[in-house]
Design a protein around this ligand. Structure first.
Ligand code: SAH
Length: 345
C-alpha cells in the first residue's frame, strides 16, 4: 500500500483531479495530514464516507511502526522504526537551544562503504520513499505535539546517501518545507552528502536554499580513497569544482564535515592540507567527535586533541566548529541501534 505522505502538495491536488474530484479535495487531505496530523483516514471528517473508503482501499497514512526508543540524559531520542516490508530504520531527535532537529534516514543500509561508518555494515537494500522519510518526521512531530513543541530543523544525515536517492529526498523535503506542510524553513534544512558530484550540480541548479554539508574526512586523495570509496569515483579536485559551481549558483555557506580519527587524519599536516584545500571558499569545517563502531577499529580523539586541531585550523584562517556530542549514553552513532537489532534477529 502507498502512503498518503508520498504526495507533495502539488501531487495530491493532481491526484484529486485524476479521481474526478475537485482539486480542493487534495488541499483538504493535505491539511488533515500536516495541520491536524491525523493518524487515520476516517478522521478526515469533511470527506464523505465514500471518499474515505476509496482512499482506504489504496492508501495508509504512516508506513512506520515504532520498534524501540532510547532517550539519553540530554534528551536526545533515538527511534527504531519498522517499515511495511519489515526493514528497520533509525531516526534521531536532537534538542538544541535554537530548536528541535530530526536526523532522517534516507536508505535502508548504504552502499557508500565509508571505512569508519556503521551504516555501511549492511549494504543498501533499497531507497526509502518520500513518504517513509516524511513519516519519520511526522511520528516525532506528533509526539512533540503533546508538549506543544515543534520540529524546527531537519538534517538528512541518518543512514544512507541522500544524493543516491535524489528524487525521493527532494520530494520529501518539499512537503516538509511547504507552508501548507510542516512549514520548516529551507534554511533550517540540511542535506549531507559524501560527494556524489553529478547530483551536486543538479542540486546547485535547484536553488532551494537548503544547506549543503559535505563529508570530507580527509584532506588528500590518498587518505580519502582509503576512508571513502566514493573518492575513487569523484576525487577531491572534481568535488571542489562541483562545490565551486554550487557557490556561484547559490550564495550559501558550505559545511564540511570532518570526523577526527585518532592517528589517521588528526595531525598538524592534515590541518595544513585542509586549510590549503578549503582556501578562501565560503565554507566552514565542522569537526565531529567519532562515535566508535566496534567492528571498524577506528578511535576518536579526546576533547583536548580536538581543541588543538581546531586551533591549528583557526590559525590558518579556516573557520571551524566542534560538534557537540549528543546522546553519548545511548546507541546514537549512525546505524548502531539498527545494527544491534539486526544482530539479534
Ligand atoms: N551519506 C551522507 C549522509 C549520512 S552520514 C554523508 O556521507 O554525508 C552523516 C554524517 O555522519 C557523515 O558526515 C558521516 O561521515 C558521519 N558519520 C558516519 N559514521 C560516523 C560515526 N561513527 N561517528 C561520527 N560521525 C559519523
Amino acid at each position: 500500500m502507498k502512503s498518503l505522505y508520498d504526495f507533495n502538495y502539488e501531487q495530491i491536488q493532481e491526484f484529486a483531479l485524476e479521481q474526478g474530484w475537485k482539486k480542493f479535495r487534495g488541499h483538504q487531505i493535505f491539511q488533515w495530514l500536516y495541520r491536524s496530523r491525523v493518524d487515520d483516514i476516517d478522521e478526515m471528517s469533511n470527506l464523505s464516507k465514500d471518499t474515505r473508503d476509496l482512499l482506504k482501499q489504496d492508501f495508509i497514512i504512516s508506513p512506520l511502526t515504532l520498534r524501540d526508543k532510547q532517550v539519553a540524559k540530554d534528551g536526545t531520542t533515538k527511534y527504531l522504526f519498522a517499515l511495511a516490508d519489515g526493514a528497520l530504520i533509525e531516526s534521531v531527535l536532537m534538542l538544541f537551544d535554537y530548536g528541535k532537529s530530526v536526523c532522517v534516514t534516507s536508505q535502508v543500509g548504504c552502499n557508500m562503504g565509508c571505512a569508519f561508518c556503521a551504516s555501511g555494515l549492511t549494504k543498501k537494500q533499497r531507497n526509502l520513499t518520500s513518504g517513509e522519510m516524511v513519516a519519520q518526521v511526522m511520528y516525532i512531530q506528533k509526539e512533540l505535539d503533546k508538549q506543544g513543541e515543534r520540529v524546527s530543523h531537519i538534517v538528512v544525515m541518518g543512514t544512507g546517501e541522500p544524493f543516491d536517492n535524489y528524487e525521493q529526498v527532494m520530494n520529501f523535503l518539499a512537503t516538509l518545507n511547504h507552508d501548507r506542510g510542516l512549514g520548516i524553513g529551507a534554511r533550517h534544512i540540511t542535506i549531507s552528502t559524501c560527494g556524489i558530484v553529478p547530483r551536486i550540480y543538479e542540486f546547485s541548479k535547484e536553488h532551494t536554499q537548503y544547506n549543503l554539508a559535505v563529508s570530507l574526512h580527509a584532506p588528500n586523495d590518498q587518505l580519502r580513497n582509503q576512508l571513502m570509496p566514493v573518492n575513487q569515483a569523484y576525487p577531491l579536485d572534481t568535488l571542489m569544482q562541483a562545490l565551486d559551481y554550487y557557490g556561484t549558483e547559490n550564495n550559501r555557506r558550505l559545511t564540511f564535515e570532518y570526523i577526527l580519527l585518532k592517528g589517521v587524519n588528526d595531525q598538524p599536516i592534515h590541518a595544513k592540507q585542509l586549510a590549503k584545500l578549503i582556501g578562501k571558499r565560503n565554507a566552514y569545517i565542522n569537526l565531529i567527535p567519532y562515535n566508535s563502531v566496534d567492528e571498524k577499529g577506528f578511535q576518536g580523539v579526546d576533547h583536548n586533541s580536538a581543541m588543538i586541531f581546531y586551533d591549528q585550523l583557526m590559525k590558518l584562517g579556516v573557520r571551524c566548529t566542534i560538534r557537540k556530542e549528543h546522546g553519548g549514553d545511548i546507541d546514537a552513532a549512525c546505524g548502531q541501534l539498527r545494527v544491534k537489532h539486526l544482530q539479534k534477529r
